[in-house]
Design a protein around this ligand. Sequence first.
Ligand code: 1CP
Length: 359
Amino acid sequence: MNATLHNDRLLRALLRQPVDATPVWLMRQAGRYLPEYRAARARAGSFMALCQTPEWACEVTLQPLARFPLDAAILFSDILTVPDAMGLGLTFSDGEGPQFARPLRSAADIARLAVPDPEAALRYVMDAVRLIRRELAGRVPLIGFAGSPWTLATYMVEGGSSKDYHRIKGLLYDQPGLLHRLLEVTAQAVTLYLNAQIAAGAQAVMIFDTWGGILTPRAYREFSLRYMAQIVAGLTREAENRAVPVILFTKGGGAWLEAIAATGCDAVGVDWTVDLGEVRRRIGTQVALQGNLDPAVLYAAPERIREQVAQVLADFGTGPGHVFNLGHGVQPGVDPERVGTLVAAVHELSASQPPHGDA
Ligand code: 1CP
């Protein structure tokens, strides 16, 4: 494996080291807003075929990097490959969300779950990671990822996306012990899966807790944060003679950022509902921060995008430890040119703010 990394801004910022300009990547930077993504998906036949064919996953991962000078690649895959490997049978129908053929509907379903061997059931992901690293040739680092146990459990129990989460919340309040068994086995699966991605070449990893924000503060600590902390404690933190930073992101978790930062992660992802300057005052000396432009800003005119980027940079202020991102993923209706405007603005405006190196 080529160990030389030509652009290490992302890894440096995640470790709160000085950088020449703020690194930027975007959640869902590969995806439906790109016409070349839609064409690849049509040729591959389905979303799962894209994920399960390393050459397709590699091609799609690199698509946004061919257009924009992003500071990181993120593996093209999905958080739901793990429950699929646990036997739930994942499909994505056109225009609809994910669906499991065998959702968890009984104590017996949960008792039967086993931790999959990532180099067997998820070998296609590891092969994609190895191929992407080869093709990137050290241009930028590759981010690996997984879903949080709580977020994965919502899909496994609901059977797909949900509006009211009544099944998973019913389980939480009626049979918390059973939910803990599900979260425990999922946490073990995610730990092995992320460590396998790191062994295959992922240079930073991120845990997406998309649905942590639907919990009460107490339930968040017990059913989501605790299992993310367990994963953080079990991760390989160094590979190829470099630290492998860990990013935790709970959408809607603005009230709990201190607790998230205390898990031992290196960086905390922040959605757009909190002010980055305040977040920095709360936790910015312990961890790096990633975020937090409102994804809807990408529907605005280029000049407005530049202003909003400048605002997020100003909110963070000077000093190391900022990775620019959206507060959630790029939406499918966004014009790719606006993404180009955003990326250029982050680099230009942050490079002209002098003191990047001082804490
Ligand atoms: O072509 C299509 O129609 C599929 C759209 C799509 C894409 C592009 C899905 C289905 N997943 C992905 C890729 C994906 N998913 C990535 C790739 C890397 C990148 O960011 O570019 C990542 C990191 C994810 C992670 C993911 N999948 C999350 C966590 C992050 C988030 O967005 O909150 C979640 C919740 C999923 C589940 C999922 N997969 C796909 C959809 C439409 C959904 C969400 C369903 C729902 O709203 O409940």
